[in-house]
Design a binder for this molecule. Structure first.
Ligand code: PFF
Length: 454
């Protein structure tokens, strides 16, 4: 395609529409499902502390960086790099690959949510017994066929929304459901915090045990920042490309990470106190949300209704994220290869579904098979995507802005040609050019060394 052509690009219908859609991409299973269990397996407070540190240094910085490039070029990830400096298109390509891989297993977890929604509908959240809840979960994820069926349903839903186009699909759904999710999470958090023994969980999550900090935990926290904020894979470049030139990028770049982090914290405070109150294992891994919250629902009045509404809202949160991943892949083939949007969505939706299958089987029938070290297939794919591709994509993006495109041009774009006041502009510039890429590099190398020595 001719990159200079000025064909009118779809734009967000309203400012709040964009914020909610971008926040919708950020807020998803990463906050509600992953954050609590990552905190649980990586030492609680130590992980949360590192998460915050990296959020400040890397998270905000990159959010602004991606939105800036997207809006400046009005193009999706790969094309955006190409327009500024064609030799750098591969950085965008790393992101597209990451999006592809993440969606392949994200959709499996999305399927678990659908399955639990159905359990909630059939009124089966009636026990707080850790062993039986754990058994139900394991029995489900280890069975070969059922999870794949739900994986297919989740992918089909994602596809359906992406086919609706930018305004028709994404924006409409985000507006109503995001605030609903937030309120719901707060109610569940309050129930969880008032369970007997809940304070143990609060302490575990908020009081850091510094002896738990090591290269592995550091890299896990970095991967989580990228994953949770949808950074490093061009999602925010693509979303920023739909922004109009008079939008305030500075505010958006702060609001989205703040909202995202608030939801992760609330999710952590909904899950971890209950983990301690009911005697689950905080290091229980990916099942933590699915075994703990049914116990919380069973112990609250109208719990079954809460269960239904909760899993419904989590499903929507997961979908507003999954559509953004499919969107990155689709936008790439549409902008770069000139494919028809519909065809691209169908073909890549199907391929990503197929690529996800081994990750699901790896939890059951193929569980003897490990890809990286002792990690099963899902964990290996997730490690490659979140702990390798996203951080590298993010690091090169910083280098690209700081050293190739140039900070003056970035400053001009961020401030709408000087119209917006941005007091921390030079701090941001310094972070983009030096601190963020160096921090990512150090954490990444430490983490990989820890894995090798492991
Ligand atoms: N940020 C999403 C979540 O927390 O669930 C996941 C995600 C969406 C990651 C989009 C990456 C992405 F590009």
């Amino acid at each position: 395609m001719n990159l200079n052509e000025t064909k009118a690009r779809d734009q967000w219908g309203s400012k709040i529409g964009f914020i909610l859609a971008a926040a919708g991409s950020a807020v998803g299973l990463g906050n509600i499902w992953k954050f609590p269990y990552m905190a649980g397996t990586n030492g609680g407070g130590a992980f949360v502390l590192l998460y915050f540190g990296l959020l400040i240094i890397v998270g905000f910085t990159l959010m602004m960086a991606e939105l800036t490039i997207g809006r400046h070029t009005q193009l999706s990830a790969v094309s955006a790099f190409k327009k500024i400096k064609s030799k750098w298109a591969w950085v965008g390509a790393i992101g597209v690959l990451a999006g592809f891989l993440i969606l392949s297993f994200y959709s499996i977890i999305g399927g678990w949510v659908i399955r639990y929604l159905i359990s909630a509908l059939s009124g089966s959240f009636n026990t707080t017994d850790a062993a039986s809840l754990g058994g139900i979960f394991e029995g489900f994820i280890m069975s070969p066929v059922q999870p794949l069926l739900y994986h297919a349903i989740f992918m089909a839903l994602t596809l359906g929304i992406v086919l609706g186009g930018v305004k028709g699909g994404i924006e409409k759904y985000s507006k109503i459901l995001m605030p609903g999710l937030f309120i719901m999470m707060i109610v569940i958090m309050i129930r969880s915090l008032t369970l007997p023994g809940a304070m143990e969980g609060v302490k575990f999550m908020l009081v850091p045990d510094f002896s738990k900090i090591n290269g592995t935990v550091f890299l896990a926290a970095l991967g989580q920042v990228f994953f949770s904020l949808s950074l490093g894979m061009g999602t925010m470049i693509t979303y920023g490309s739909y922004l109009s030139k008079d939008e305030n990028l500075v505010n958006s770049s702060f609001q989205i990470p703040l909202l995202d982090t608030a939801i992760a914290l609330v999710a952590g405070l909904a899950v971890l106190p209950a983990v301690f109150a009911f005697g689950f294992d905080p290091a229980g891994g990916p099942g933590l949300l699915f075994v703990t919250l049914p116990a919380v629902f069973a112990s609250m009045p109208l719990g079954s209704i809460f269960g239904i509404v909760f899993f419904l809202l989590v499903l929507f949160a997961a979908l507003t994220s999954s559509i953004s991943m499919l969107e990155v892949v689709v936008a790439y083939v549409v902008d770069e290869k000139g494919w028809d949007r519909k065809k691209a969505s169908f073909v890549f939706g199907a391929i990503i579904f197929l690529v996800g299958i081994p990750s699901s089987l790896g939890l059951g029938v193929w569980s003897d098979f490990t890809l990286i070290k002792d990690l099963d297939i899902l964990d290996s794919v997730s490690f490659i995507a979140e702990n390798v591709l996203l951080p590298l994509g993010g690091m090169f993006l910083c280098i690209f802005i700081g050293w190739v495109w140039g900070l003056d041009k970035a400053f001009k774009e961020v401030t709408n040609d000087g119209k917006i006041k941005f007091g921390l502009m030079h701090v941001w510039g310094f972070l983009v050019k030096y601190i963020a890429p160096a921090a990512i590099f150090i954490v990444f190398v430490q983490g990989i060394l820890a894995l090798i020595r492991g």
